[in-house]
Design a protein around this ligand. Structure first.
Ligand code: SR1
Ligand code: MG
Length: 398
């Protein structure tokens, strides 16, 4: 993998992206290439360059200096491209089979050239189409257990960790999460976005002082617990999957040193938001994923701890358990914030938006708000994923 700094930033087009791939020697100059912009995310351009003759493709991802979902009125630095490629490279040291290969990155052009994963599909889309992805949660649990342990202070020398914390300082993207996940949905803020039919529920949230204080505490954990290098945006749209045991975690541009429970919480929230779009008799695979991701994460993290922890109290009874307990409590609270923001905040999820008829969409969104609030308020009492599922199912019954 090469990291370069070109002369100046310019926004790529389909033809200049293809030309870049040739210039980098990733395709022979005589190739007949097609290139299409396929990005459907909120922040970047994504080009797929394909050589039909060689049946070989690659992805060129370019950050633009603003949030695409909002427009040029929301400026953003381009540094997220550097963060993303560095995070992918670091993750690949521990779970090479679960992340895309990085072929090239250029900090000035804000470009990352990546393995083409077009044979897979985005998990959110597949779930909406009725797929269950039996291996998904085991793979995500392994990804989180290994990457979170080996970038934490439990595994790293303090000076190495300090250097990494600096390298992955990501203020712009942390600010997005801080506002969109932990603040705006809990106030009558202009970024919020919801149907008039949800106004009473939204206003109830905004009046709920106790809930707002708990969300503020979770925001504080998010901002100050420099525990490990987290992915930072692990929703089901950041995962490529197939039904046949292949999973790739993409898009770690929000990566920074944050609390261990954040990624697990976001993943669980998005599974449960999807569960709301299904009938109860189709929810079992989602409940299983919630259990499996936690159990695989904690088993993988614990094995790594046993083999490689540097912690002075490594073998003291209860030390590892207290780390995992904190991670689980945080995960429940973060999941609650994510469920609320995907319902009344900015950046909704297709799982809820495609529910028909409209009356059911509204009733499921009301449930998402109620479950989100319960997760935040009751998080310190939750011990296992079964407790989360029980709280979820109780909300459906009440
Ligand atoms: C302005 S960006 C909106 C959302 O898209 C990303 O995927 C993150 O989830 C962010 O909060
Ligand atoms: Mg993303």
């Amino acid at each position: 993998m090469t990291v370069t700094k070109t002369a100046a930033y310019e926004t790529l087009t389909e033809s200049s992206a293809a030309a870049l791939a040739v210039r980098l020697g990733l395709f022979p100059s005589k190739s007949t290439l097609t290139c299409r912009e396929i990005g459907d995310g909120n922040l970047n351009f994504v080009f797929r360059v394909y050589d039909k003759e060689q049946q070989k493709g690659l992805i060129i991802k370019q950050a633009v200096p603003y949030a695409k979902v909002v427009g040029e009125s929301w400026p953003l630095t381009l540094d997220r491209a550097r963060i993303e490629s560095s995070a992918l490279i670091r993750q690949a040291e521990h779970v090479p089979h679960l992340v895309p290969n990085v072929y090239y990155s250029d900090t000035e052009l804000a470009v990352t050239v990546l393995e083409d994963l077009s044979h897979l599909e985005i998990a959110r889309k597949g779930l909406i189409d009725g797929k269950d992805y039996p291996h998904l949660s085991e793979d995500i649990g392994e990804f989180l257990g290994k990457t979170h342990f080996y970038s934490s202070e439990y595994a790293l020398d303090p000076t190495v960790k300090g250097r990494l914390v600096k390298q992955f300082t990501n203020p712009d993207l942390c600010d997005i999460t801080e506002s969109l996940v932990f603040t705006d949905p809990f106030f009558d803020h202009e970024t919020n976005d919801f149907e008039e039919e949800l106004r009473d529920e939204a206003e109830d949230l905004w009046r709920n002082e106790a809930l707002k204080i708990e969300a503020a505490k979770l925001k504080q954990r998010f901002l100050s617990a420099e525990e490990t290098l987290i992915h930072g945006d692990l929703h089901t749209g950041s995962i490529f999957a197939s039904e046949e045991a292949e999973t790739k975690i993409i898009d770690p541009e929000f990566a920074f040193f944050g609390p261990i429970g954040f990624d697990i919480g976001q993943f669980i929230a998005n599974l449960l938001l999807h569960a709301l779009s299904r009938e109860e008799n189709r929810r079992a695979p989602l409940y299983r994923h919630v259990e499996t991701v936690w159990h695989t994460f904690s088993r993988t993290f614990s094995e790594a701890w046993e083999n490689d922890a540097l912690d002075a109290c490594k073998n003291e009874k209860g030390r590892l358990e207290s780390v995992l307990k904190q991670a689980f409590e945080d995960a429940a609270g973060f999941a609650g914030c994510e469920m609320i923001r995907r319902t009344i905040g900015l950046a909704h999820v297709a799982d809820l938006e495609t529910i028909v008829p409209f009356s059911r969409r509204i009733s499921q969104k009301k449930l998402a708000l109620k479950i989100g609030a319960a997760f935040i308020e009751k998080r310190s009492g939750f011990r296992t994923p079964k407790d989360l599922i029980e709280a979820f199912r109780n909300a459906l019954k009440e």
